[in-house]
Ligand binder design. Structure first.
Ligand code: SAM
Length: 275
């Protein structure tokens, strides 16, 4: 496992993923029932954009730095912007919140959160991130296997699947995890982050998961035409059992990211499968 999210923290794909995450959490938590959250690939929890790894790629320059300077970002980014400001009390944009920080900040007393991370170094950082959050635990475990463990506390299940895509079988393992989660709890909300390289891979994934999840909300942010399959030309969030009312906000997220950070041939689209 070579992937470290610190190289990519705060880039355009994180903006799509994390604005979608905060919107889903808001919608799911409008229900008073307890929420059990599993973050299958949690990473370090938060990132120092001044650190060596982040500076080596500079990806946040075309991501969170632009977001925090913009005065035209739609209000669906407010929760993410608030979290960035909270993590940087002295101003500036040095620290960027990962999914564990965003989830931990949203957690209510009745909710449970399990964050899985396999790498020793990122697991140590993740443990520090979550050590003071009641109801949250860091687990050094394979998130694909942990995703479907039933919580036993009732309420709704929300699973975030965000693998590094450095292994050829990541797509198949996501599909297997979706099969298992929805097989055990057909109401579970499952949000998957995917890179958009070429349409064939994306279509094949959607067809593979169709039997388990016949109706998915798909939010695509294509920063450029999908003409070079060796590049990450954009990203998508694919959501099973998306809570009602989020679609227009996901449209606003993708449209702003593509309009602000994409090329002229970029495209933002939110659509549903099986309709
Ligand atoms: C894209 S990063 C996660 C970023 C995080 N979700 C966020 O938004 O802040 C993927 C992480 O998954 C970890 N990882 C890879 N395979 C894993 C597995 N099978 N189970 C749990 N973690 C894994 C990697 O070490 C890496 O830190």
């Amino acid at each position: 496992m070579n992937y470290r999210h610190a190289f990519h923290a705060g880039n355009f794909a994180d903006l799509v993923k994390h604005a979608t995450l905060t919107r889903l959490l808001e919608a799911l938590m409008s229900d008073p029932a307890p929420l059990t959250i599993v973050d299958t690939h949690a990473g370090a929890g938060g990132y120092d954009l001044d650190g060596e790894l982040a500076r080596r790629t500079g990806e946040a320059a075309q991501g969170v730095f632009r977001l925090m300077q913009a005065d035209d970002a739609p209000s669906v980014f407010d929760a993410l912007k608030f979290a960035v400001r909270k993590g940087n009390p002295e101003g500036g944009v040095r620290f960027y919140p990962g999914s564990p920080t965003l989830i931990a900040d949203a957690l209510r007393a009745r909710d449970l959160y399990t964050a899985c991370e396999l790498r020793d170094d990122d697991f140590a950082l993740l443990s520090q991130t979550l050590e003071r959050t009641r109801g949250a635990r860091a687990l050094q475990a394979d998130g694909f296997v942990t995703a479907h463990r039933p919580s036993g506390q009732g309420g709704r299940l929300f699973v975030l699947i965000d693998p590094p895509f450095e292994r050829a079988d990541d797509y198949e393992r996501i599909a297997e995890a979706l099969d298992m989660v929805l097989g055990l709890d057909a109401r579970a909300c499952v949000a998957v982050w995917l890179p958009l390289k070429d349409l064939e891979t994306f279509d094949a994934f959607l067809r593979r998961v169709e039997p388990a999840a016949p109706s998915l909300l798909v939010a695509e942010a294509r920063l450029k035409p999908l003409s070079d399959p060796m590049k990450m030309n954009g990203c998508a969030m694919v959501i099973a059992n998306a809570p009602a009312g989020v679609e227009s906000d996901l449209e606003a997220i993708c449209a702003w990211v593509v309009g602000t950070l994409g090329d002229a041939g970029g495209k933002a689209e939110v659509w549903s499968t099986g309709t």
